[in-house]
Design a protein around this ligand. Structure first.
Ligand SMILES: C[S@@+](CC[C@H](N)C(=O)[O-])C[C@H]1O[C@@H](n2cnc3c(N)ncnc32)[C@H](O)[C@@H]1O
Length: 287
């Protein structure tokens, strides 16, 4: 029997309570992500998969490698990619996109708004969200017969998600929720069943790695739309509020912050006003 197959036959080892506590603390302090007890086996399976590749059998040894090992940074990145939830879809919450479209229609006819429109997808995962935003702007420009410039910034903590997002390639299955008309207008079928966002739209979206715990240093400002959905749910309540405060400071006057429905309750900001629309959770910056 080869050494590799011996590993495969070994069951996933149980992690002690204190080991689980150490991993949770590390993950939360560096990414904000909170792992509940129900996700202990998820953590064990993912750590074990990587430990087998490295020939390690002890969670504590691997912990030390992630903390102080010679490839600590690489290990941390790999681990993060495995542990973050990157589930996403095109036009995931249609009401939020309808709200953004309506906001943009008004913004485009505002004679005081002369700059190109700026949008930001925070926690963009594999790109479906920023591309949906770019399509939303392009559609509004088209219906209004306007040529105003626009740019979408898309950020995430996960290198692998960003790598996928930048290719802008999606299978027909991923595009099932997008109308045929939109697919024909904004995608190119490279091979049967494999589509890529067209070049015009690709020029509009820029991807960058950004940890939302480090927003204080992010060189992003004057956004017309900040879209942050299905990200805050992984953070503690106080941290959600801190992140929202940072995002609020990066909105242009009159700009909107669009959060996932139910992702934050009771948050208020002196410069923002809650939008009266029960289908979306959005805030406008006064002024
Ligand atoms: C469930 S996906 C949501 C994707 C998209 N916003 C949507 O609603 O479909 C959550 C994303 O948040 C990212 N994420 C998790 N922690 C993060 C952090 N500290 N900073 C930035 N992004 C983070 C994950 O990598 C993942 O891609």
């Amino acid at each position: 029997m080869q050494a590799g197959s011996a590993w495969i036959l070994k069951p996933v080892a149980e992690m002690s309570t204190s080991e689980f506590g150490d991993w949770c603390q590390l993950l939360e302090s560096r990414s904000g992500m909170v792992l509940t007890e129900q996700r202990r086996s998820f953590l064990q399976v993912n750590l074990t998969a990587r430990m087998r590749e490295l020939g390690l059998s002890d969670y504590a040894d691997y912990y030390q490698q992630v903390l102080n090992g010679p490839s600590a940074a690489v290990e941390w990145t790999n681990l993060l990619d495995k542990l973050t939830v990157q589930e996403t879809h095109f036009f995931r919450h249609q009401a939020s996109y309808d709200f953004v479209a309506e906001f943009l229609r008004k913004r485009m006819v505002d004679k005081h708004h002369k700059r190109p429109l700026s949008l930001w997808s925070v926690g963009c995962a594999t790109g479906e969200e920023p591309w949906s935003l770019a399509i939303t702007v392009a559609q509004v420009l088209r219906e209004q017969d306007k040529t105003k410039g626009f740019a979408v910034t898309a950020t995430d903590i996960s290198h692998s998600a960003l790598k996928k997002a930048r290719t802008a390639r999606y299978s027909a299955r991923r595009l099932e929720t997008v109308s045929k008309e939109i697919v024909a207008r904004y995608f190119v079928e490279e091979q049967p069943g494999c589509f890529q966002v067209n070049k015009d739209l690709m020029q509009r979206v820029c991807f960058a790695r950004l940890n939302v715990l480090e927003l204080a240093n992010a060189p992003i400002s004057s956004m017309d739309v900040i879209f942050c959905q299905n990200l805050l749910i992984y953070f503690r309540r106080w941290q959600r509020r801190e992140i929202l405060n940072h995002l609020a400071a990066r909105l242009a006057p009159g700009g909107v912050l669009v959060v996932g429905l139910g992702e934050v309750t009771g948050w208020e900001h002196a410069d923002l006003q809650r939008v009266e629309n029960e289908k979306v959770l959005a805030f406008t910056r006064r002024g």
